[in-house]
Ligand binder design. Sequence first.
Ligand code: PHE
Length: 349
Amino acid sequence: ETERWLARIAEAATPAGVEAIRVEALGKSGAITQQLKQLGKMSPEERQTAGAALNRMRQTVQDALGERKGALEAAELDAKLAAEAVDVTLPVDHGRTGTIHPVSQAMDELAEIFADLGFKVATGPEIEDDWHNFTALNIPAHHPARAMHDTFYFPKVEGDPGSEAGAGAPKLLRTHTSPVQIRTMTTEAPPIRIIAPGRVYRSDSDATHTPMFHQVEGLVIDKGITMGHLKWTLETFVKAYFETDDVALRFRPSYFPFTEPSAEVDVRCAWENGQLVIRSDGDDWLEILGSGMVNRRVIEMCGLDADEWQGFAFGAGIDRLAMLKYGMTDLRPFFEGDGRWSAHYGFSP
Ligand code: PHE
């Protein structure tokens, strides 16, 4: 009988199968258990021989069950480990890795160039109030310059007192980075040397205009600042940014309410094989920024003594600066987030 049990145990294919045989043989009403119960009805002599044989069988079957169960469990674990094995030699899929955006790259370079000239980076809110965006920049209510800005206004909230300085006027998306001039002059004591890169918004959209774009503002307030300082600073900046000393700038008289006098600055350039290159003997001019001496009315509105403090300011479009440097011809892909575009212009992870 022992042999029969052992044969069946050897045939069991799973730990559950082994368990079923155990119940059948050694469970409460199992075959071997039943036989052991019969021992009580035997005579002492019979019991001695039959008992010893039965107990040997019980022990042998129990050992065989345990061994078979252990072996099957080990095999099951091996199979599971094999199935779940990771092949560390397979090539790895890195997924799609982003690149730095050309605008961020340009901003980083601007910050670095101006840091060398002693300028700190300043910031201001993109949701701005009327006073900082217009009034304090010498653009009072109903001034025609306001109409030129294509401003996005927020709906006026009933009962909203407006900002401390906005006199109840609705908030707006800043149309330029110039309000950071005001925020800096009203919170920091001169001398001031800052640049303020950031997003600006105008309700305008075509191949060369997007409703959101980027500007960098520059502001210097100190004693005895002249247009000579402005010229030197911009020339030094343009040379560093375009990585060439072969630069010629042209200061063209212009008008901004917050600077007086004002100048738009063009850089000399040439077209070579459909690419724009910055060079002092080019036969084209390209406008790159607006600038001027800070209007004394602005300095006064910020609470400073305009006889003591003077300065210059400038504002440039960063998207435009990035396009010029990296050779891009269309503004719109800047805002589409297509990695193939950045890769085409040499921005790789
Ligand atoms: N804020 C002006 C614009 O957006 C640029 C500018 C800045 C001009 C500072 C002069 C001085 O067009």
